[in-house]
Design a binder for this molecule. Structure first.
Ligand code: 3Y8
Ligand code: NAP
Length: 255
């Protein structure tokens, strides 16, 4: 009987947790503890870091984990790298549940940039009104372009002053709808959007709203993660659990 660690923190992870709970799987859900009141899950849940690769390896052994499903966000690159390393050390099977990157359509005005610093550089010199839909961990990179007004969307109200002089924060936890994001962009007369290429449906609304309004989007590419087995649907992960997973296989076997 597999014992599964589900690394969560995304809409897809919540759907994966539901599927595992419904199948009666022996699984534990893990949050980093980034938000004050994360969505509750239908699985026993642990909250907080493991203590790096060695901490995760110790947890895997102590909890007799046989399979890890990495359903973290594409920008949670450190967690994903740690999972590859720790599963390799402990001979535990690992599979990522990923959502494909967003691709621009004919009516989209997107500029893809490799990282947050390039996103800052991509903003115009003349004062603009920028919707920074990137959370709060990387906001300080924008502090030296303070000629702009910044609209921020955060999950929790900030407990320290924002690192941007002309900024207003809305507090909201997605998933978001196109109507909500259209209203938000119009109300604040936004001229530019900065977002992460998260993929999935939970953060997509602002891109659809931008297309309707003809606004430019600066889209940050997702960081690289080490090779590992990857599936793109809940069903495919359940199939991996039932058939494809062999202890110690963190990457697909060559065919
Ligand atoms: C703590 C768990 C679910 C999960 C919902 C998804 C959808 C809404 C879109 C915008 C973009 C952003 C941010 C975002 C989205 C979903 C999903 C997704 C983006 C929660 C959650 C945790 C986090 C952490 C948080 C980060 C921040 C990023 C806000 C829960 C709600 C901007 C990423 O205050 C902080 O420190 C927040 C940090 C990491 C990025 C950042 O760098 O600030 N997510 N988000 C998880 C944990 O503790 O392990 O609180 O319930 C999960 C979700 N966030 O079950 O429905 O799946 O993508 N989250 C981005 O994609 O750009 C918001 O505003 O349009
Ligand atoms: P990260 O930078 O990749 O990870 C930093 C450290 O946070 C990890 O080394 C680990 O600490 C801890 N950690 C991360 N995810 C964890 C999890 N699910 N369970 C236990 N510990 C975890 O991660 P992040 O980008 O800050 O993301 C944190 C959480 O927010 C994740 O659940 C992620 O799925 C979610 N999220 C992130 C984004 C984003 O834009 N980054 C967007 C939506 C949701 P130790 O080294 O101590 O083990």
């Amino acid at each position: 009987m597999p014992r599964i660690l589900l690394l969560g923190g995304t809409s897809e992870a919540s759907q994966m947790a539901r599927a595992l709970a419904d199948s009666g799987a022996n699984a534990v859900f893990s949050y980093a503890g980034r938000t004050t009141a994360p969505v509750s899950q239908p699985l026993p849940t642990r909250i907080g870091g493991f203590g790096g690769v060695t901490g995760l390896a110790t947890y895997l052994r102590a909890e007799n984990i046989t399979h890890v499903i990495d359903a973290t966000h594409p920008f949670a690159a450190q967690m994903s790298a740690n999972a590859v390393a720790a599963c390799g050390m402990t001979n535990v099977a690992l599979c990522a549940l990923e959502r494909p990157a967003w691709r621009a359509g004919p009516d989209d005005t997107w500029l893809s940039v490799p990282n947050t610093e390039a996103a800052v550089q991509a903003l115009p010199d003349s004062p603009a009104r920028v919707f920074l839909a990137i959370g709060k961990q990387t906001l300080s990179a924008f502090s030296h372009k303070n000629q702009h007004f910044y609209l921020l969307r955060l999950v929790d109200a900030p407990d320290t002053p924002l690192p941007l002089p002309r900024a207003q924060a809305v507090i909201a936890r997605g998933p978001f709808t196109e109507a909500e994001d259209l209203a938000l962009l119009r109300t604040h007369a936004i001229t530019h959007i900065v977002a992460k290429n998260a993929g999935g449906t939970g953060a997509r609304a602002k891109l659809d709203a931008a297309r309707v309004l003809g606004l430019p989007v600066i889209l940050i590419d997702r960081p690289a993660v080490p090779p590992r087995a990857v599936r793109y649907s809940i069903e495919a992960v359940m199939n991996w659990l039932a058939h494809g997973a062999e202890a110690g296989t963190t990457t697909e076997r060559g065919v």
